[in-house]
Design a protein around this ligand. Structure first.
Ligand SMILES: O=C[C@H](O)COP(=O)(O)O
Length: 318
């Protein structure tokens, strides 16, 4: 992770002046999606880069210590060793960026990774994920407990009621409190963009979250009906750019929810490269929140190495 974003005072004048040009955003998103995809070794290199930026996630009601253990093992060895060897990448220490689990499963993940001698970070969603509709006291306690159990990254959800009713000062105060409860754990703030109504609201919520000290802003929980879309990402990364230009603080970006294909991961990397530059093509400033994306990436790498797609049993851990 990079230097933390300390945040700043709430600048309501800046927030109130925000206007987003919807047509321009849609046009830019189309341009980026239309870029020619790199082929062969260039594509394989992009896919390995994407792997290193994944927060490998399981957020299910039926999560158990054993499926969390399996997730952790996959995160430490995301691509089959022989495939990496064929690409001469077997000794590069390729892992995902982190694993991401519910607060009750943090201790399981920490235990599995420790047993595997891995220093991979454990991220935990918190603050009444996914809806955020629990009392503030409970949401704060959840953050503290996840940190106590060993989470070094906390993905908080914002209070959408406050954002939708324009209570930006109250939203800022809540996020500030979450940031304090995180202590040294890095904080990713989930906007749940599919529930914010307008691009202008998404931009305003991004700004307020960064002003309150978020280290990353994240699109979605994966549980809303609209999750990570390219137009919404354009709005959020432009807020990141504007915040950086005004304050000098670099905030990371994490699209999450519904990202399933290797091809999509390349579009996300292209978007980051074109909008924020090469520095944001790194896990300290870019994460892909996904539960099933890695399986498709490994499948495409298998195809690159062998010239054919694998049968199910050939990538059993995918
Ligand atoms: O934060 C990560 C998301 O919840 C993952 O969503 P997904 O299961 O659609 O990949």
């Amino acid at each position: 992770m990079s230097a933390r974003n300390p945040g700043m005072h709430l600048d309501l004048e800046w927030v109130s002046k925000v206007r987003v040009n919807t047509q321009a955003v849609l046009k830019r998103a189309q341009q980026i999606q239309g870029r020619k995809v790199a082929k062969k070794q260039w594509q394989a290199a992009w896919l390995l880069k994407a792997v290193t930026c994944i927060d490998l996630t399981t957020l299910a009601g039926d999560d158990t210590p054993s499926n969390v253990h399996r997730l952790c093992m996959k995160a430490t060895r995301p691509i089959r060793h022989d495939l990496l060897k064929s690409m001469d990448m077997h000794d590069k220490g390729i892992t995902t960026a982190a694993v991401c689990v519910y607060p009750s499963r943090v201790a399981d993940a920490v235990k599995s990774l420790k047993a595997a001698n891995s220093s991979l970070p454990v991220a935990s969603v918190a603050t009444g994920f996914p809806a955020g509709q629990t009392p503030l006291k409970t949401r704060l306690e959840e953050v503290r407990l996840a940190v106590k159990d060993g989470a070094t990254e906390i993905d908080i959800v914002i209070n959408r009621t406050l954002a939708l009713t324009g209570q930006w000062a109250a939203l800022y105060d809540e996020i500030r409190q979450f940031r304090e409860a995180c202590e040294d754990a890095h904080m990713k703030t989930i906007l749940a963009v599919g529930e914010l109504g307008t691009f202008t609201n998404v931009y305003k919520a991004s700004l307020v979250s960064m002003m309150a000290g978020s280290d990353f802003i994240k699109t979605s929980t994966g549980k809303e009906s609209v999750n990570a879309t390219y137009p919404i990402a354009i709005v959020m990364v432009r807020a990141i750019r504007d915040y950086y230009l005004r304050t000098g603080h670099k905030v990371g970006f994490k699209p999450a929810g519904g990202i399933r294909t290797a091809q999509e991961s390349v579009v996300w990397l292209t978007l980051m490269k074109e909008e924020l530059g090469d520095e944001w093509l790194d896990p300290h400033l870019f994460r892909l929140g996904a539960s099933s994306l890695l399986a498709d990436i490994e499948r495409q790498i298998y195809h690159y190495v062998t010239g054919r797609y694998p049968a199910y049993h050939e990538l059993p851990m995918a």
